[in-house]
Design a protein around this ligand. Structure first.
Ligand code: NAP
Length: 248
């Protein structure tokens, strides 16, 4: 059976690395993106150059209608998916809680939390044996920030990732007997553009001395953990959190 994967936010960073790795493993890969069409098309082009199957779909995970359209596009192109990576995630400029307004917090929660829930819902409706599906695997991207709290930087983001940790625990139990495994990968600080959106592009190099391995991580290192959790090698693993953080 064709292996079909959806990676939300696959145009850059960790999502792009997961998409490339999945294509190398024979998945037909759909990546979604928010604004950066050129980057998304470049990921697709690279996969196709290596004889893989890929497509990119613009869809804001914070908008339910966009998510529904995204999944229908995958259905129409290849059929029901067997793997979902809830990777799309955002943070805002570094600030204390006493400086945050409601619009900012709502944007973070709408993208990181509600987006992941709605994508998970659509995936379960297609994968679950309860709905006539043949099973699958979901990996949610959390962050070590969910335990550290990100004080003075983005407590809202950290709290959104704590919700992702709990989504994994609850959903994994709901669907464990329906052929679906649900796990979390929890990266530490990884060299991607996300830190620029927090206002500090060089953040990884500033904080790396505090990491036991004394270095930041690379998107490919996170992708390998995601792909392992999706694979049959992880057949008895569900509800788990795998840290990819250079130590605790
Ligand atoms: P990134 O480089 O900033 O890339 C973010 C991706 O998400 C882009 O593809 C972006 O699309 C997409 N995106 C943003 N908002 C979206 C929305 N509303 N709907 C759909 N797509 C959206 O991020 P990253 O560092 O690779 O992070 C990936 C995941 O890992 C996130 O969940 C993040 O929280 C988590 N994480 C990252 C780190 C780290 O240090 N990098 C650490 C812990 C956890 P466009 O290209 O169109 O903007």
């Amino acid at each position: 059976m064709k292996k079909i994967i959806l990676v939300t936010g696959g145009s850059r960073g960790i999502g792009a690395a997961v998409a490339q790795g999945a294509a190398e493993q024979g998945y037909a890969v759909c990546i979604s993106y928010l604004h950066n069409q050129a980057a998304a098309e470049a990921v697709v082009a690279t996969i196709r150059q290596n004889n893989g199957e890929a497509m990119a779909v613009q869809a804001d995970v914070a908008l339910e209608d966009d998510v529904v359209r995204l999944f229908r596009q995958v259905d129409a192109t290849w059929g029901p998916l067997s793997a979902l990576v809830n990777n799309a995630g955002v943070l805002a400029r570094q600030a204390r809680v006493d400086e945050m307004d409601s619009a900012r917090i709502q944007r973070i929660l709408a993208t990181n939390v509600i987006g992941s829930f709605i994508c998970a819902r659509e995936a379960v409706r297609r994968m679950s044996t309860r709905h006539g599906g043949s099973g699958g695997a979901i990996v949610n991207l959390s962050s070590r920030a969910s335990h550290l709290g990100a004080p003075g930087e983005y407590v809202d983001y950290a709290a959104s990732k704590a919700a992702i940790d709990t989504l994994t625990i609850g959903l994994s139990k709901e669907v464990a007997a329906e052929g679906i495994r649900v796990n979390t990968v929890s990266p530490g600080v990884i060299y991607t553009d996300i830190h620029a959106s927090g206002g500090e592009p060089q953040r990884v190099d500033r904080v790396k001395e505090a990491i036991p391995m004394k270095r930041g991580g690379y998107p490919q290192e996170v992708a390998k953990a995601v792909l392992w959790l999706l694979s049959a090698d992880a057949s008895y693993t569900t509800g788990a959190t795998l840290d990819v953080a250079g130590g605790r």
